[in-house]
Design a binder for this molecule. Structure first.
Ligand SMILES: Cc1ncc(COP(=O)(O)O)c(C=O)c1O
Length: 404
């Protein structure tokens, strides 16, 4: 008789944002007269920039013409986009990443979840705690995480690296040696960043112990401070130990459009095996390429007009971030993040648990945020608010929170 993959049964509860969404819907159904403001899931709200829309229209027209029609895209991505990425995101920052080291995909979530497939199940993973839940969950599904302890809310085979107020929400090198190290900076959910010198320590460590760093830079566009690296390849030696994951969701508003990419340098080898070749093989077998229309829109992100328009969009969200940060701080909340990231990480008042504060805010301010504990045990007693709402909703949500 058929058996299921019972690793899935080890996953605790449903995906964090499904639970947040369900609670919001239940509250709204019970109180249809209330206007609930969502500052929970990190989803953008501003429309696509004009240059993106123009490019999409043109690409659609190309698909309606026999001479310019495109079928299957190359499974690793169109050359025009891979070159634009290589030139703008890497070479312009002094990182020697070539176009053929870039794998275009339909977003970073799939890549964050799938990348673990090219590694042995014997590997131990290390993750920041708290962090984007996909890294742990995808390793649970694969059978690499061990068993779940309902008391500590941790998996037995995962090395958790607490990111707390005491260490400025930046992880320390763990005492046990991991094989795969997930780092995410600017961090979701804390909004914390890491200096280039600190990231260099991670790169040196990974090269020393033979670990691979899986570096998620989905929020790179929000970095405003000078000493914060935009790419791990700004660090010396990163090409022999790091994979970088990027998204067009947050810098260009592509959450519904879907585009991302993964960088695997050709120098990155485990023994004699090239991880680039393994991922290329995996892509070739399981992925048929991001749509031409969307890749054209991705190319427009790097045009002069695109850069100008998207800078303004990022500034719009960061204005919200500063508004949330400054006002909650003035109201006596303990807040961090919001400087190089569109997330504000706040300590729950009165020692409420993260979910208690979630319910309290939903019921009394009709504002939805995300409980910090959903991102890992060290997120308990914290709460995440996003700056991705409209300015008007952000101002109204903060007014309601301050009035509590
Ligand atoms: C840290 C991090 N990585 C990846 C993603 C997923 O990005 P995408 O929309 O490209 O799938 C998110 C989305 O919220 C994220 O927070």
């Amino acid at each position: 008789m058929v058996k299921v993959n019972d690793n899935y049964l080890k996953l605790p509860g449903s995906y964090l944002f499904s639970t947040v969404g369900r609670k919001q819907r239940e509250y709204q159904a019970a109180h249809p007269e209330k206007s609930v403001i969502r500052l929970s899931i990190g989803d953008v709200t501003q429309p696509l920039a004009p240059v993106i829309i123009d490019t999409l229209h043109k690409a659609v027209d190309e698909m309606g013409n026999a001479e310019t029609f495109k079928g299957y895209a190359p499974d690793l991505g169109y050359e025009f986009l891979r070159k634009a990425i290589s030139d703008n995101d890497f070479k312009a920052r002094g990182c020697a990443i070539e176009a053929d080291e870039i794998f275009v995909s339909d977003g970073a979530k799939c890549d964050c979840g799938n990348i673990q497939e090219i590694f042995s199940l014997d590997n131990r993973i290390a993750v920041c705690d708290p962090v984007y839940p996909v890294y742990v969950d995808s390793n649970v599904m694969a059978g690499r995480a061990g068993d779940y302890n309902t008391i500590t809310e941790t998996f037995s085979n995962v090395i958790y690296m607490p990111c707390t107020e005491a260490n400025g929400f930046a992880p320390e090198i763990p005492s046990e040696t991991p094989d795969m190290i997930y780092l995410c900076f600017p961090n979701n959910p804390t909004g914390a960043t890491i200096t280039k010198a600190r990231l260099q320590e991670w790169v040196d460590y990974a090269n020393k112990v033979g670990a691979v760093i899986l570096y998620d830079a989905a929020y790179e566009a929000y970095i405003s401070e000078d000493n914060i690296p935009h790419s791990i390849y700004e660090c010396e030696g990163a090409k022999t130990c790091a994979i970088e994951l990027r998204s067009f969701s947050k810098n260009a508003g592509f959450t519904g459009v879907r585009l991302g990419y993964t960088v695997i340098p050709k120098e990155l080898k485990v023994g004699e095996v090239s991880l680039h070749s393994l991922w290329a093989r995996r892509h070739g077998t399981k992925y048929n390429g991001a749509p031409y229309i969307i890749q054209k829109a991705g190319e427009a992100v790097y045009s002069e007009e695109g850069k100008k328009q998207l800078k303004a969009q990022v500034a719009y969200y960061m204005n919200n971030a500063h508004y949330i940060f400054d006002n909650l701080k003035a109201a006596g909340y303990q807040v961090s993040g919001g400087v190089n990231a569109p997330y504000i990480w706040l300590k729950t008042p009165g020692n409420m648990t993260s979910w208690e504060f979630f319910d309290y805010l939903l019921e009394n301010a009709n504002v939805v945020g995300t409980p910090g504990s959903g991102f890992g045990p060290s997120g308990e007693h914290y709460f995440r608010l996003t700056a991705f709402g409209s300015y008007e909703n952000t101002v109204e949500a903060i007014r309601r929170i301050k009035a509590l």
